[in-house]
Design a protein around this ligand. Sequence first.
Ligand code: NAG
Ligand code: NAG
Ligand code: NAG
Ligand code: NAG
Ligand code: NAG
Ligand code: NAG
Ligand code: NAG
Ligand code: NAG
Ligand code: NAG
Ligand code: NAG
Ligand code: CU
Length: 633
Amino acid sequence: MRSLVPLVLSTAFAKAASSTSGLPLDSGVAPGQFKLIGNSLVSAQQAFLGTAKKVYFVDKTENNPTQVNGHPAWAAEYSLDGNTARPMDIVTNTFCAGGNVLGNGTWINVGGNQAVGPGGLTAASQTGGGLYDDLDGGVSIRFLDPCDDESCNWVVPADIDLTTRRWYPSVETLEDGSVIIIGGDGEYLCNLGHPVSLTYGIIVVKPSEDLSTQRHRPANLYPITFLLPSGNIYVQANWASTLFDYKANDFTGMENPLPDVPDAVRTYPASGGSIMQPLTPANNWTATLIFCGGTNLQPDQWDVDNNLAVTPTSSSCVSITPDEPGANYTEDDPLPAGRVMVNLIHLPTGEMFVVNGAGMGVAGYGNNSWAIGQSYAQDPVLQPLIYNPNSPPGSRFSSAGLSPSTIPRLYHSTAILAPDGSVIVSGSNPNADYTVGPGVTFPTEYRVEKFYPSYYNERRPEPLGLPSTLSYGGPYFNVTLSSEDLNGSTNNLKNTTVVVIRTGFSTHAINMGQRFVQLENTYTANPDGSGTLHVSQLPPNPAILAPGPAFVFVVVNGVPSIGVQVMCGSGTIGPQPTLDAVDLPPSTLAVKTNDTDANSSSHGKNGASEQLNVSSNFVSIFALANILYWTML
Ligand SMILES: *[C@@H]1O[C@H](CO)[C@@H](O)[C@H](O)[C@H]1NC(C)=O
Ligand SMILES: *[C@@H]1O[C@H](CO)[C@@H](O)[C@H](O)[C@H]1NC(C)=O
Ligand SMILES: *[C@@H]1O[C@H](CO)[C@@H](O)[C@H](O)[C@H]1NC(C)=O
Ligand SMILES: *[C@@H]1O[C@H](CO)[C@@H](O)[C@H](O)[C@H]1NC(C)=O
Ligand SMILES: *[C@@H]1O[C@H](CO)[C@@H](O)[C@H](O)[C@H]1NC(C)=O
Ligand SMILES: *[C@@H]1O[C@H](CO)[C@@H](O)[C@H](O)[C@H]1NC(C)=O
Ligand SMILES: *[C@@H]1O[C@H](CO)[C@@H](O)[C@H](O)[C@H]1NC(C)=O
Ligand SMILES: *[C@@H]1O[C@H](CO)[C@@H](O)[C@H](O)[C@H]1NC(C)=O
Ligand SMILES: *[C@@H]1O[C@H](CO)[C@@H](O)[C@H](O)[C@H]1NC(C)=O
Ligand SMILES: *[C@@H]1O[C@H](CO)[C@@H](O)[C@H](O)[C@H]1NC(C)=O
Ligand SMILES: [Cu+2]
């Protein structure tokens, strides 16, 4: 288990991590509401949070008025501190590309479509110089090292290509910080869907057989994928789902598939929402996936000769815990109404935010007589929801206190959690090219909004002592919360969590790599009313949270601190060192007085209660021993 690999933090990342300071909260905010914050310059078909201050938007090739290097811009960097945007040159056509973050903090964006000109029609030149001067993106790999000083740019090496064209691929980061690219290709719907593994840096391509049945056809673009704590990858396409042992390049599902996904197709273009529920000490970091919405078209109904814009949508939500033997889907609370193209976003509280999408139709666009303009969907759903997994069944979704947006977010919309605990909502462009103006029902949308959850204006905890790196196992760390942070009562230590969130690469109703991992913690109340949290590192299994950057929040009574960027793992791509998890000091709320100890209570790990001694010197010796051991490694 132990490894001798030293911890190395990439310089690019260190720069980003050290730039976070203060409490960058928006003023004049009404909790439960959206607010327009700025202009994305390009349509935010793809979006991710690169540093605490910068969001990156990626569009497809189209005629955006903002120019870069003599052609329309298709990418931009958005500053959360100033709400300004900087156009970026992404060179090749990123139309329906996939992306995720590598274990060393570099973001990767892969695949796309051919070079196009006006109206999204194929350009005469696939190698640049056409009207939009873009290049074919089908085999493109693009890299970005996010930065806070506006010095970074997309790098699109001409000599590193995918070995097969990838249009609508899904990208999953693996235990060693490399990524696997799954699916993609095809036309509006895909009958190929071959999974291919690309271990970045080595480029190993392993074409594989497809799923065992035809249940994965035809809606199998952007397959829904999750690296599971077992190390298998859950893959869903159309109704089919299976476990993929990528290390053996083996679809165990060929002999033993998971059951079909009930009620509806969730993959593109049905585009239901998908998310892995929080991995917590209480559930032993066991993954439960939830899928909400979509549409239940039968294979022969996916036909643009039919009016797809009147397709009814599904309100069904189903859950599965795929690593459990005999896993099957169970019904969860349904959405209040059917919905497609819906984003499910982790909030630091462990709730999820439900936003964007349409009540009728499917993802996609085209010049069909029945399309709304070009949109294959209509009836935008403007009402956001909060899902609380801890509420009793029947009451998990709520719109109480949440105001609707005013902006339809249909095809090519995105949503990502921001470090201040708000959610950045952007995009919508069900059009082949930049399309705005009177009479355009669903235009190319540049307006960026934030949604402010109910906690936004509460006094935020300001934890001291959060690390800039997290290891897999190893020594715990202490985090201090002042009496004010604890709202005047150390009792609130009992309702304090430390969570690590990877906000993911948002596109097509999927946030690739999005994950919520609660760290184990205990606490000590201090005489001055402050509290000390004793916090474990990540569990010693990189499949629980793949290496790479993420954000840490300390949540007191449902109020999160400002997220701080940390590097999970070694900061390099390769096998990750793991150490045994270290026992935490026992929890205590007792404060030592002059000669006697006051009442003590405890709240042990995983919610178990045990009676523990108040003052235990052996604990610090134990911790010190572990630190020494770590140093000596
Ligand atoms: C669709 O219509 C738009 C607007 O009229 C036009 O620019 C575009 O070329 C058309 N696309 C196709 C594939 O016909
Ligand atoms: C991360 O690894 C990728 C692939 O090897 C490389 O292109 C990139 O430059 C690396 N980033 C950093 C910050 O070292
Ligand atoms: C938690 O999961 C780990 C890894 O699967 C397993 O070894 C351990 O026994 C589990 N613990 C409990 C309490 O179920
Ligand atoms: C999975 O659950 C569904 C719905 O309850 C049921 O119809 C199906 O038989 C189950 N499949 C397996 C393999 O247990
Ligand atoms: C803080 O304490 C006050 C007074 O007890 C209470 O009204 C308020 O709800 C608390 N706030 C939070 C976020 O717990
Ligand atoms: C913890 O805080 C949340 C948010 O305020 C609240 O809903 C919950 O009831 C609290 N739990 C306990 C055990 O106090
Ligand atoms: C400790 O004793 C001193 C002297 O009697 C007293 O002033 C102080 O308030 C006591 N502190 C506590 C925490 O009881
Ligand atoms: C211990 O707790 C009990 C119950 O809350 C209380 O009645 C008692 O006064 C406490 N004793 C001390 C020494 O604080
Ligand atoms: C508390 O300390 C006493 C005396 O050292 C010891 O007998 C007892 O086992 C301890 N309790 C726990 C829970 O460690
Ligand atoms: C954490 O704080 C406790 C006191 O609450 C102390 O005994 C321990 O040495 C500290 N550990 C570290 C790793 O700082
Ligand atoms: Cu698309």
